[in-house]
Write a protein that binds this ligand. Structure first.
Ligand code: GLV
Ligand code: MN
Ligand code: MN
Length: 421
């Protein structure tokens, strides 16, 4: 059978159209970016736009209790479906591709099958999961983790954002507190296409990334409490400066990386740093900050966490402050099914596309689904050193089209399979 090819112009137009929802002018870069933080009005508008697209494709749409929205195309047999998905929520400073390529690409595959009047043995489901980014409610892969049982629905319903707005009410407010069961019944396989969000494929000149797995992720929220005081009159030795304590922890992250003790691939970031009262002439009495650790090696990750927690205590003592911390997100490294990796590599090769195996630096819904079924990912290269979580994030129409063609091939290979004997 000749291979199906997706409609690249249609895919690109969909990415552009969804990218206009939540569009904002990014001050530092002077570029147009996307801000569709989870469960905001913009997320709601983006969700409704995707739902309308699914309905026009004749998919049966369901919304579950954590706001995961699925569109189902019937198969010839009543077998477990093949699931494609990703997310359409974004960080507040996003581009148009992170997550959206997987969702719109999945729909493009379904539309390509419909145009070619191709049926599949198994049903096909295209889903988008709630709050993959974790930027608003503090824990990432939230919807897919509820779907697969890592997080409990009641616990995540109670999460609040920085303004104290509670997740369940926010889900209801945008009209996506559904009634379908949030626990996912395991699909036959899960496939996700995503922009790489890093420089590897572009630097290697490869067209397709065969993702071998996702590295471990550990997030801490720090609340450092000292004593606010007059900047001009308070002698240095009498200070309890929460800002200095946070700065020392941030520098410690750099020193830990430089030491090499936690492996060459470890990454560490203090992305949030909010001093109170935050005034030029007041010693900060309180800082809320975040720590994001990533490591492909679980043992080295545990060592880094233990050493860092010991350092929090040391800094607290030395700076006369208390360093409180809580774990807001934690996932071990997750390998993807070899079967899926092999099929992605074979599909790329059959289309004459160059490919390379790589570990994902970013977290993805696929890592949650990997606990329930064979799961895997197709990466496409990003331009400008693969920059992401930034309005400059970009992949070309051709690269995106290549990724979704490969997704289509791998989808068809799983969708025609029967149950293993
Ligand atoms: C999700 O984008 C992450 O933080 O890895
Ligand atoms: Mn993503
Ligand atoms: Mn992201």
């Amino acid at each position: 059978m000749t291979k199906l090819s997706i409609n690249r112009e249609r895919l690109w137009a969909a990415l552009e159209e969804l990218g206009r929802i939540g569009k904002y002018q990014d001050e530092p870069s002077q570029l147009w970016g996307v801000n569709r933080l989870a469960l905001t009005a913009a997320d709601g508008e983006g969700r409704r736009w995707v739902v309308a697209r699914r309905t026009s494709l004749g998919l049966e749409v369901t919304v579950d209790r954590i706001g995961t929205v699925s569109g189902r195309r019937a198969g010839r047999e009543a077998l477990r479906p093949v699931l494609m998905g990703s997310h359409i929520d974004s960080v507040p400073t996003a581009g148009r591709f992170d997550g959206c390529l997987g969702v719109l690409g999945g729909l493009e595959v379904v539309q390509t099958l419909a145009d070619a009047r191709v049926t599949t043995r198994r049903p096909i489901v295209v889903a988008f999961f709630t709050d993959e980014e974790g930027s608003r409610f503090g824990t990432d892969m939230l919807g897919s983790a509820v779907a697969t049982g890592r997080l409990k629905l009641e616990d995540v319903y109670a999460l609040a954002d920085r303004d104290g707005l509670v997740l369940k009410s926010e889900l209801e407010k945008i009209g996506f507190l559904g009634t379908a069961e949030a626990a996912l019944s395991p699909p036959h396989a899960y496939l996700e296409c995503h922009i790489e969000q890093g420089p590897i494929l572009r630097a290697a000149g490869k067209e397709i990334g065969v993702v071998t797995g996702v590295q471990a992720i550990s997030w801490h929220e720090l609340t450092i409490v000292g004593k606010s005081a007059h900047a001009g009159t308070t002698p240095m030795e009498l200070r309890a400066d929460a800002g200095v304590a946070a700065a020392r922890i941030n520098l410690r992250l750099r020193e830990m990386i430089a030491s090499g003790r936690y492996g060459k691939a470890m990454r560490a970031t203090m992305g949030a740093f909010v001093p109170k009262p935050g005034m030029v002439n007041i010693v900060p009495g309180r800082v809320v900050a975040s720590v994001d650790l990533r490591n492909p090696d679980d043992a080295l990750m545990r060592k880094a966490e233990a050493d860092l927690i010991a350092f929090y205590e040391q800094v607290g003592r030395e700076e006369q402050v208390t360093v409180g911390w809580r774990q807001t997100a934690r996932t071990e490294s997750v390998p993807f099914a070899v079967k899926v990796q092999d099929r992605v590599a074979a599909a790329a090769a059959a289309r004459g596309l160059t490919h390379q195996a790589l570990v994902s630096g970013a977290g993805h819904d696929a890592q949650e689904l990997a606990h329930t079924c064979p799961a895997g990912m197709v990466f496409v290269p990003g331009e400008y050193d693969g920059i992401s979580h930034n309005p400059r994030e970009y992949s070309t129409p051709e690269q995106c089209g290549n990724g979704i063609d490969v997704l289509c091939d791998v989808l068809l290979s799983f969708a025609e399979e029967g149950e293993a004997p």
